[in-house]
Design a protein around this ligand. Structure first.
Ligand code: 26Q
Length: 819
């Protein structure tokens, strides 16, 4: 029995022992035998078995970090898009295959059991998923690194498509008990908002600050284990939950009903702080509750980090940077800078200069966007009112920074308004993050170059040593081993299992990329995966797709710059062509979309409606439906990605060049053997460095060309409308209601392109995009060439394992060592 542990390790458990243990626990925990058990019962039983192993290792890991020898990294992020954890925990514990077999022998489908877990969507998209991949790599490389985030009661909304429109439903992900979290009340801390700051002069002439009449909130941590891959390391993701501080007044009775209601109201407003994840990922709105969330995360995390430093290291706080480094995921946690200053000065008695010396050695900042509409700024009043002491500190940082420029950088005097942290009544968080940190990194080579040469040019002049690039990565454990077990085991059959620990060794696949018998096997795996997805599509939409067709996939948040519109315009073009020449012999194509739009993003929602409208026409038109299908899969999330990605033939990465900081879906699909159809943007460029023109389909304007048009003009969308009949026809179809019922539906898209001059160059890139698609169609007909390209992509994808990325962060920024 597993409960008599002894030297027993789950990593070596046999299928039979595991089966027995499942049956035993079913009886003891649920009072049921397997025949009466639901998938949910089985899910909880398996989770509890895994947890027993995990908790043991967790405790050991924490103990080993306590010896005071190690420097630790803390990854602060408003988002952790972790998805489901059962399969990945079993995988990392080394028992996924055993568990699957055991379930099958008990007559259960493992996928049904895993599907019982609610997909934890505490993030919007790329930035949040990156944080989750990084945690997986930190633990798998035995680095002492932990995540700090918020335990939102509602995650990213659930998307339903009703009559082609996106409808948002609340994501109450904690409805069932979440087996991976542990509430840790003894680690709770108090966070203070509002109030007045009082200043006193002390005997030595220094100032003392006291806060009065603040609103106090309790931050209670819930810890989630982050299991390393077969290495006995379990790190921690600590998520804070906002609660009322209960003062026990003895009898617990309140005198008046009025107070009772007042208390309920008060409780409600406090719990709202960790109430929901803001669903916008690219346009920023200055909502006070969002600011509260950010300070709540930052203050509780910094307090906690300092407490652990004091407990584990017998060093003065002035030496904090020797043992602690804090990475902030975009500017969302940038209040960490003034918060650390505040605690060092007001609670620990540091002078300004000493506090600043520590802070700017501890904080490192990652930038994820150059879109100006996504840059965070808050009004001075809002910060002043909600966080009066933090405001004073930011103001002082700004004063000193601006003075420094005035006196030491005469050449930048005129630029002070563009550099100042506080300007025109607003606080610019990216500027605060750059000034207050020792490292500023972009997330792909081109993105970092744009930061240095354009967006943050002046800051780069001031602090060239701070700027560096860390190209994103993805965990190959979840995105290949777990999501695509057939491909993973084929690879292992060919090159042996070392690639799992050293993903760059996937490169040895190159030797076999001309071996037709092996290519055949890759073909077979892809086809099997396509069948599984085709089944899912049939179950959920009732549409039959041709498994032999090209699965052309675009899955990502819906945004104008990502240009789902270009994709659907091409589909409309194909449809028009087929209607004109019904006997045309084209390779059948299935266009698959998955995308959530921010609820307030009107144009993005229009595009969803358009895709669904085109789908409803194309999929049921007997002239084309055998050759063309359009599939919009609702509620795109991590677990749906795990189903789609292994089945993708073509990976659509078609952002307007310069706009996509990196992208990570591009890496996931490459690793699963899809060929990229993309612009020279983000990490596509680094994929291109590796595989070359021969193994991907590059098209469209370059970043330089795009930036040049923005700067000097010279692009006129209307000219293309007037001269290209294919384009004119599509736009007129939108405008004249061929794809709408009441003639009005897609006017906004039409106007945006023709009257706002197509700000994302959809029309400009249309023709090159068409040509790239024609190349794809031709290439697909030549099976061996195609498969060779596909295997070449898999072979080079090891470079994009987040293990590689984390190794670079560890040596170049964090200076941390494996434990
Ligand atoms: C900010 C303020 C208020 C409300 C919301 C936000 C907010 C939230 C999320 C702003 C931005 C985000 C998310 C951004 C994001 O996901 N960026 C993506 O990050 C990936 C990881 O680096 C990159 O691969 C993508 O290119 C980038 O778009």
């Amino acid at each position: 029995q597993l409960s008599d542990r002894g030297n027993f390790s789950l990593a070596h458990v046999t299928v039979d022992t595991l089966k027995q243990e499942i049956l035993r626990r079913l009886i003891s925990d649920k009072g049921r035998e397997v025949k009466e058990a639901t998938s949910k019962d089985i899910y909880y039983v398996l989770a509890s078995i895994a947890n027993e192993e995990i908790k043991q290792q967790w405790f050991q890991t924490r103990k080993s970090y306590r010896d005071g020898k190690h420097k630790e990294v803390y990854y602060l992020s408003m988002e952790f898009l972790i998805g489901r954890m059962l399969a990945s925990n079993l995988l990392n514990c080394g028992m996924l295959d055993t568990a699957k077999e055991a379930l099958q022998e008990l007559g259960l489908d493992p996928e049904d059991v895993f599907a019982e877990e609610h997909d934890a969507a505490l993030g919007n998209g790329g930035l949040g998923r990156l944080a989750a991949c990084f945690l997986d790599s930190l633990a798998s490389l035995k680095f002492p690194g932990h995540g700090y985030g918020i335990r939102y009661r509602y995650g990213l909304f659930e998307q339903r498509i009703i009559h082609g429109n996106q409808v948002e439903l609340p994501d109450y992900w904690l409805k069932n008990p979440y087996p991976w979290e542990t509430r840790n009340e003894e680690e709770a801390v108090v966070i203070q908002f509002h109030g007045d700051v009082h200043m006193f002069k002390k005997n030595d002439g220094s100032l003392e600050f006291e806060y009065r009449n603040t609103d106090k909130v309790m931050a209670v941590p819930y810890d989630i284990p982050i299991v390393g891959y077969k290495n006995d390391t379990v790190n921690t993701l600590r998520l804070w939950s906002a609660e009322v501080i209960h003062q026990n007044n003895g009898d617990g009775l309140l005198e008046e009903n009025k107070e009772y209601y007042h208390d309920l109201d008060h409780q409600h407003s406090i719990e709202q702080i960790s109430g929901f994840l803001y669903p916008d990922d690219s346009s920023y709105e200055g909502k006070e509750l969002r600011l509260k969330q950010q300070y709540f995360l930052v203050s509780s995390s910094i307090q906690n980090i300092l407490k652990h430093f004091k407990r584990n290291h017998h060093l003065p706080l002035s030496r904090l940077a020797e043992k602690v480094v804090i990475q902030i995921n975009d500017t969302h946690p940038s209040l960490a800078i003034p918060e650390l200053m505040r605690i060092l000065m007001d609670d620990e008695g540091f002078s300004w200069d000493n506090a600043w010396a520590v802070t700017t050695k501890v904080i490192a900042y990652t930038n994820h966007t150059t879109l100006s509409e996504a840059l965070e700024t808050w009004t001075e009043e809002m910060i002043q009112n909600l966080l009066p002491r933090i405001y004073m500190i930011i103001d002082e940082i700004n004063e000193r920074f601006c003075k420094g420029i005035w006196f030491d950088h005469e050449e930048l005097r005129d630029s002070i308004p563009d550099l100042a942290i506080i300007a025109h009544g607003r606080v610019h968080m990216a500027r605060l993050a750059i000034v207050g940190s020792f490292s500023v990194n972009g997330v792909a080579r081109i993105h970092t170059e744009i930061l240095k040469k354009k967006e943050m040019k002046n800051f780069y002049t001031l602090y060239p040593e701070k700027f560096n690039n860390k190209t994103n990565g993805i965990t190959h454990r979840r995105w290949l081993l777990q999501a695509n077990p057939k491909l993973a085991s084929l690879i292992t059959d060919i090159i042996g299992p070392q690639w799992v620990k050293r993903p760059k060794q996937l490169i040895s696949l190159l030797k076999y990329s001309n071996d037709n018998a092996l290519l055949e096997k890759f073909d077979h795996v892809k086809h099997e995966n396509k069948k599984v997805l085709a089944n899912y599509i049939h179950q959920h939409l009732g549409i039959t797709v041709d498994e032999r067709s090209i699965f052309d996939v675009q899955i990502k948040r819906l945004h104008e710059y990502k240009r789902q519109l270009l994709n659907i315009f091409h589909v409309i073009y194909l449809y028009n062509e087929l209607k004109d020449n019904p006997n045309q012999n084209i390779t059948p194509r299935t266009f698959i979309f998955g995308a959530k739009a921010a609820p307030s993003y009107h144009l993005a929602k229009e595009v969803i409606k358009l895709i669904n409208t085109v789908a409803s026409i194309v999929n049921y038109d007997p002239d084309v439906r055998d050759r063309l299908k359009v599939i919009f899969l609702e509620n795109y999330n991590v677990s749906l990605a795990e189903k789609i990605i292994p089945a993708a033939d073509i990976s659509e990465q078609i952002s307007t060049a310069s706009k996509e900081a990196s992208g990570t879906g591009n890496m996931k699909m490459m690793m699963n053997g899809a060929l990229t159809l993309g612009t020279m943007d983000g990490a596509n460029i680094e994929i291109h460095d590796l595989v070359g023109d021969q193994n991907m389909f590059i098209f469209g304007l370059t970043a330089d060309e795009v930036l040049d048009y923005y700067q000097h003009g010279g692009y006129h969308a209307r000219d293309l409308y007037n001269t290209d009949d294919r384009i004119k026809r599509i736009l007129d179809q939108l405008n004249q209601g061929e794809f709408g019922v009441h003639n009005i539906e897609f006017k906004d898209i039409y106007y945006n392109i023709l009257y706002h001059n197509d700000p994302y160059f959809v029309l400009k890139d249309f023709e090159p995009y068409l040509e790239a698609h024609e190349l794809i169609e031709r290439a697909y007909r030549n099976r061996n060439t195609w498969l060779n390209m596909s295997v070449t992509n898999i072979a080079y994808s090891g470079k994009f394992s987040s293990d590689q990325t984390i190794q670079e962060y560890a040596t170049e920024i964090w200076k941390i060592k494996k434990v």
